[in-house]
Design a protein. Structure first.
Length: 69
């Protein structure tokens, strides 16, 4: 398993958090569950070569989002 903090870099000058966010593709997803309707999924219909499918909301985390979290 790849060590995610092998190339530790400070996210900003005031932070003590050391994480390699430049060479690792971090992703974030949201799990929304309604008591009556169940889990929220997004219907994907735009890709011509793929059939319609369902996905969780979320995706790639940008540097600014990573630092703010």
């Amino acid at each position: 398993m790849k060590n995610l903090v092998s190339k530790s870099e400070s996210l900003d000058k005031s932070s003590n958090v050391l994480v390699d966010y430049k060479s690792v593709d971090y992703r974030g997803f949201v799990f929304v569950v309604h008591h009556a309707h169940g889990m929220m999924l997004l219907r994907c219909t735009r890709k011509k070569n793929k059939p319609h499918h369902w996905q969780l909301p979320g995706g790639h985390i940008d540097k600014t989002e990573f630092v703010e979290a």
